[in-house]
Unconditional design. Structure first.
Length: 162
């Protein structure tokens, strides 16, 4: 007479050449995350009312990693490895100021083409200037001390800044 149960099932699947997940003893109040292989307390899991145990299938950390990867693919059409290659090519710093930590993927809003990876400040600045080069040039001239208002040369005669 054959013994039935989980152990028998595992042995039978293994003899058929199937991949068999090992049984892991998990203490009460904990759950195994298959993607990272760690046993974590229930506080490290999102709730999922439709699951048999009421918890998500991945821990919060694994779900965040998957979410970031999905965001890059959906929004910019690149993988995390491609983004990391861009950061390495830039020397790990912002492509504009070359000081800040490169963390934010920058793209052309018209074409969707990825331009580089920027620090938070430079990325926000481009957004505030609405990616308009003419406005950015005027801002640079302003910061350099070239005022953009005409100067009075003679009565009724104004000189425009060059």
């Amino acid at each position: 007479m054959a013994a039935y149960g989980a152990a028998h099932y595992r042995r039978r699947q293994a003899t058929r050449g199937k991949v068999v997940k090992e049984k892991v003893d998990v203490p009460s109040g904990h759950k195994l995350c298959r993607p990272c292989g760690e046993v974590k307390p229930h506080s490290e899991w999102h709730k999922n009312a439709s699951a048999s145990d009421g918890l998500s299938t991945r821990c919060k950390a694994c779900k965040a990693i998957q979410g970031r990867a999905g965001h890059l693919k959906r929004s910019y059409g690149i993988t995390e490895a491609e983004r990391d290659e861009m950061i390495t090519a830039q020397g790990g710093v912002c492509a504009i100021c070359q000081e800040g930590l490169a963390e934010h993927v920058d793209h052309d809003h018209q074409t969707g083409r990825v331009r580089g990876v920027l620090c938070f400040s430079c990325n926000a600045a481009l957004g505030q200037f609405k990616d308009r080069p003419d406005v950015m040039r005027r801002a640079a001239a302003y910061v350099e001390g070239n005022l953009w208002k005409p100067t009075l040369v003679a009565q009724g005669v104004y000189r425009q800044p060059s």
